[in-house]
Structures are given as C-alpha cells and as structure tokens.
Design a protein around this ligand. Structure first.
Ligand code: ADP
Length: 491
C-alpha cells in the first residue's frame, strides 16, 4: 500500500526531507547540513558527492525514524538551490570540478565579456546578465578542467543543476534530465520557445550535448534507487518556484515572500511572459500537465541578515527573536531610518555602489529604535519591490503569502501588512518549499487529480491585517523614500 510522498529540499546550507502522508499530514522532517567552501573572496563552492550523500542520508533517516518501508512511498519530489552548477564525467559519473554555487562570482569575467549581449539575454531568458546564473559557471568550468571543451564536444561530459545531478545519481546514471523551472535559470533556456537557445549556446561556446533533457515539473523522471528498492521521481522544481507552488499561488497576481537571510519575492504573472523595465526577473513558475505559468522575481539582499548584523557585529541582540520585544517597547520609529545597502541596493534601484546609512539620530534614539528601524527596513525594501511588481504586471496584489525564518517576528509581519496596506498570510506548515515539491510529485503520480484538490489542503496559521491610517503610512513611506535618495547620494 503506497501511503506517502517524500519531498527533498536540497538547499545551499542544508538538505531537508519531509515525509507527507496521504491523510495530508507532515509526518516527519529531517535535516542535514552541507558545507560551503570559500576558496577565494567571492568564490562559493561545494562538493557534489557530499550533496548526493546528504540526500541519501536524510532519506535513510526518514525511513529509520518512521520505520516505514520504501515500498510505501508513492512518489519523490525534488526541489533544489537553483543555478548551482555541476559538471561530471559521463562514464564514471564523477564530478570533474567543485560545484559552483549560485552566490559565487568566480565567473564574473565571462559576464563582463558578454555585456554586449545583455539585452538579447534578457529578451530570450527573462534574466539579467549575472554570474548568479549557470551559463557563465559552465563556461568557467569548461575552461578550467583539462581538455574541457574537447571532452564536452566529444560527448564525454554532462552538466546539471543540482536537480539533474541528483536525478542522475539516484537513477544510477540512467537519466540525465531537468525540469523547466531549473532550466529557466541556466541563462541558456529560451522562455518563449521553451527550448535551449541555439544562438546563446553559440555565443557562450557551450555545446548542447552536455545539457540535460528538459521536462515539465510533474513528469515521471525515472526511478530513484534507494537500498535496492525504487521510488518514482514525479516532481522537480527550483526552490523559489516550489515555494510559490507550496504557498498555493496558482492564480495570476498571487504572490509570496520568503524572509530569510535575503528576501525572495515571486508573483505569478500568468501564462504569458512580461518583461520588467525595473530589473525584475521573468522566470518560469512551473509547467504542469502542459500548462505553463510565469513569475516575476525580485530579491532584497539584506533581509534577516540585518538582524544577524545587529546580533553579531553590533552585539545589540543575543538572539534574532529578541528583536520583536525591542521593536514593541517603543511607540514609534522616532524618525530613525536604516537603509541596509551593505552590498548596494537591488531591485528596483540596482545601485551597486551605494553603502548603508542610518538617518534621524537624536539624543533620544535608543537601541530599541535602531532595532525597530532595522526590522522596518526589511518591510520597506519588500514594499519597493511589490510596488514595481504591481505596476509592471498591472495587477493589484491583494494578499501576500509569507514564509522563512523572519516571519516568526510578529512585529515585522504586522508592520509589513501596515506599510503595504495588504493582508499577510502565514501558513501552518512553513516548509513551503518542500511542500511544493511534494504537491507537484503528487500531481505527477496521480495522487492529486488537480490544483483544486491541493488548494483544499491550505491551513493558515496567522493572518495580519493592516490597521495603519493612510496619513501615517504615507508619511513613513515618504521618509523612507527620502532616506533612500540621500543614501544614494553618498558615494
Ligand atoms: P535562510 O534559509 O536564508 O538561511 P531562514 O529562513 O532560516 O534563512 O531565516 C533566517 C534569517 O531570519 C536570519 O537572517 C535571521 O536573522 C532572521 N530571523 C530569524 N528569526 C527572526 C526573528 N524572530 N525576527 C527577525 N529576524 C529573524
């Protein structure tokens, strides 16, 4: 009797597994850390074998702790850190270079070389030319392994993002495939034709034969072999898209924000791609049962990280969660604004050169005001992106679904709701990324018949409704805008 669906969330710092039962409950979550190496300033690498072993490890831990048999698992869903690049030998199945992680900038010189193609790249892929995406990482690895181009052209090498690597290893090298959301982050995939783009492959000198076959998210990818038994892989999706799905943002205009170290915002923009003039990415949200959805994506570099900075550098906090009490112990912001442009400002400003700033200090400013201003800065940055998303997709975002570590902060969530003048919903199961992969795998295996069935599973934990009056809101936003303007003047 098949009773369970297993979800794997392979993230940058850890691999998680969630066992989901057919009576629609999360049975168990387990997690295993994975290491990052920093061989030089700005370089971030990982070990592909360690990543694969961490996946086997969490699956085995789930099985041991719950005492279930592999035969009882109907389907496996995989979601993963996106863009992160692996190249391996087709014959031995062994990686030929360290994994280059999405955050790594070692392939920056390639992007500088490709600067003249940036408009073409945006039009074809929906992405902004950046070492973040896989294309320049592939070019870099091919140049840095012995006979890289020769072997690639001879069909001796395979490339994959983490999903492909895991599918390949779990199927004992039988399947070299990826899903369309991960493909859309390689900067090689044309989001209009839904195929790898020959012109870009030519410009970047990347041979097509190393690329994985692209399928829709709920395709039957193959059988994962675990301890000699098999589980069908029927769901694959990149992590941010998976969390959009796990948050049930199925309709045009529905949005989610993940408040982690940075904040990631995705809005479902429907079945036709829209191109942003303000630096938002256009990406494939998912393709399921032949139906495609696109999304706008924007990110804030310093989200929860500003709270880490208060804790670790300024020593104003022992733990991130104390920030809520401090923020609540003062009655207003006392005119203090922090613009956390520690590594420049992302969308919609795209100002790499500006630095962080604090405004409005007086003799009455206390530690609590600084902490409150830091939390507020997260909400203002998210608001700036939501404003652009609404304008560019010509749709009013009424409700915002949220997840991630900083959503534990009730002050932040209430302030976010006030400053946006929107309702915010926090789901009961905050593991929305793994949940997305589980739902997609369930659609692939036939356990879920359609999206409506999945929608019925929604359990909301907290709802934040705006209560701030318009005059106050406008005044605060106006002050924030002045702070941003002043920050950008100081260079
Ligand atoms: P990631 O997946 O990026 O590692 P998480 O979703 O685990 O991030 O969230 C961790 C981030 O959230 C940290 O930057 C931390 O400072 C912040 N954070 C966690 N709890 C709180 C809280 N109660 N209030 C404010 N920030 C918090």
């Amino acid at each position: 009797m098949k009773k369970y669906i297993l979800g794997i969330d392979q993230g940058t710092t850890s691999t998680r597994a969630i066992l989901f039962s057919k009576d629609k409950k999360v049975i168990l979550k387990v997690q295993k850390e994975v290491k990052c190496f920093f061989p030089k300033e700005g370089y971030v690498e990982q070990d592909a074998i360690e990543i694969y072993l961490s996946v086997l490890n969490v699956i085995n831990e789930i099985i041991t702790r719950t005492n279930i048999s592999i035969d009882e698992i109907e389907a496996l869903g995989i979601t993963n850190q996106r863009e992160t690049t692996v190249i391996w030998d087709k014959t031995s199945g062994m990686p030929l270079y360290n994994v280059i992680v999405w955050q790594s900038n070692e392939s920056l010189p390639y992007c500088e070389k490709w600067e003249k193609y940036k408009d073409l790249i945006h039009k074809k892929t929906g992405l902004i030319l950046n070492p973040y995406f896989s294309a320049s990482k592939i070019a870099y690895i091919l140049d840095n392994i012995k006979d890289g181009h020769l072997k690639a052209n001879n069909g001796e090498l395979l490339f994959g993002t983490i999903d492909s690597w895991l599918i390949y290893k779990l199927t004992n090298g039988k399947v070299h495939a990826t899903d369309i959301t991960n493909a859309s982050r390689t900067m090689l995939f044309n989001i209009n034709t839904l195929t790898y783009d020959e012109e870009l492959l030519d410009l970047f000198n990347i041979p097509k034969n190393i690329l994985p076959q692209v399928y829709e998210c709920n395709h039957y990818f193959g059988d994962a072999i675990i301890n000699g038994k098999s589980i069908k892989i029927t769901g694959v999706c990149g992590d941010q898209q998976s969390s959009l799905f796990g948050q049930l943002c199925f309709n045009k205009g529905s949005s989610k924000v993940t408040y982690g170290t940075g904040c990631f915002m995705l809005t479902n923009i429907g079945d036709i791609p829209i191109y942003s003039k303000n630096g938002l990415l256009t990406t494939i949200a998912w393709k399921i049962n032949d139906s495609i959805k696109y999304a706008f994506e924007g990110s804030v570099f310093m989200g929860g990280a500003i709270i880490q900075w208060l804790r670790d550098e300024l020593k104003l906090l022992n733990e991130a969660k104390e920030s809520e009490d401090y923020a609540n112990c003062v009655s207003d912001d006392l005119g203090v604004y922090i613009v956390p442009a520690f590594s420049g400002l992302g969308a919609p400003y795209w100002d790499n050169d500006c630095k962080g700033a604090i405004f409005g200090l007086t003799r009455g400013t206390t530690k609590a005001h600084l902490i409150r201003a830091s939390l507020n800065s997260i909400a203002y940055q998210v608001k700036d992106i939501i404003d652009v998303m609404e304008k560019e997709c010509r749709k009013n975002i009424k409700i915002l679904k949220v997840d991630g570590g900083a959503t534990n902060n009730n002050y932040l969530m209430k302030f976010q709701s006030d400053i946006l003048n929107k309702t915010i919903i926090l789901p009961e199961c905050v593991e929305t990324t793994a949940l997305g992969a589980i739902f997609i795998a369930g659609l692939g295996s036939g356990y879920f018949k359609n999206l409506e069935e999945i929608k019925k599973l929604e359990v909301q934990d907290k709802i934040f409704k705006p209560t701030m009056d318009e005059t106050t809101r406008n005044k605060l936003i106006n002050n924030w805008n002045k702070a941003i303007k002043a920050t950008r003047l100081y260079k």
